[in-house]
Design a protein around this ligand. Structure first.
Ligand SMILES: [Fe+2]
Length: 215
């Protein structure tokens, strides 16, 4: 792993990425280790370290475990569990199709990196300080001002991640209906939607939402 401290800037905030921060991210997201390319692996780790440091969260698991800031949370598990599960499902889908179709080609590293980063912008959309500010005056900057795909673009491009990964953060959700998704993003999109739909059908959403005032 990179030993050096990397200094980046997200929304004007100077962030020093240290090895302790990287270790914490790798502890929460061990699937980062599945990425074969060392520079992409380091890039995903640093992007998450910077994303968390740019927010009021101390770890990925501090975020509400839901699809949107105002949607129902999971009964059990964290936001990191969601992202990791979607990544594992995306890999399984790709492996199934590759086993079936001899000419099926996909970029495994991009699939893993993009899946692990798909919800990275939730550090903005789910930040309680932002949510409180937006609720106080929804007509000031919007509510939310940016959904997580929007802020995910900012993080991915600022951190120098590949265009293919930024595309997956940008267009895994409804925003992707306005463009043609890459193969890897198509796999991610359906893995992500499968996760939430099966959670719903399987009764794994919480009965109430303690994350929202009055929930
Ligand atoms: Fe997701």
């Amino acid at each position: 792993m990179t030993a050096a401290v990397r200094v980046v800037e997200l929304r004007g905030k100077r962030i020093e990425i240290t090895d302790a921060m990287r270790t914490a991210i790798l502890d929460e997201m061990p699937e980062i280790g599945w990425i074969a390319d060392a520079s992409l692996r380091a890039g995903v780790t640093d992007a998450w370290a910077a994303a968390v440091a740019s927010s009021s969260f101390t770890r990925i698991g501090d975020m509400k475990p839901s699809g949107n800031y105002d949607s129902t949370p999971l009964r059990h598990g964290t936001q990191a569990d969601h992202i990791r599960s979607v990544t594992r499902m995306a890999v399984k889908i790709a492996e199934e199709m590759a086993g079936l179709f001899p000419e099926f080609r996909y970029d495994r590293d991009i699939l893993i990196a993009g899946s692990l980063c798909h919800d990275i912008g939730k550090v903005w959309e789910f930040d309680p300080e932002n949510v409180a500010r937006w609720k106080a005056n929804p007509r000031a900057v919007g509510m939310p001002s940016l959904r997580h795909p929007g802020y995910g673009i900012h993080i991915c491009l600022t951190m120098g991640l590949p265009e293919a990964v930024a595309h997956m953060a940008a267009a895994h959700s409804g925003e992707g209906e306005l463009l043609v998704r890459s193969l890897e993003n198509t796999i991610l999109h359906w893995a992500d939607y499968t996760f939430w739909r099966v959670v719903e059908a399987g009764g794994q959403f919480a009965d109430s939402d303690p994350w929202l005032k009055g929930g």
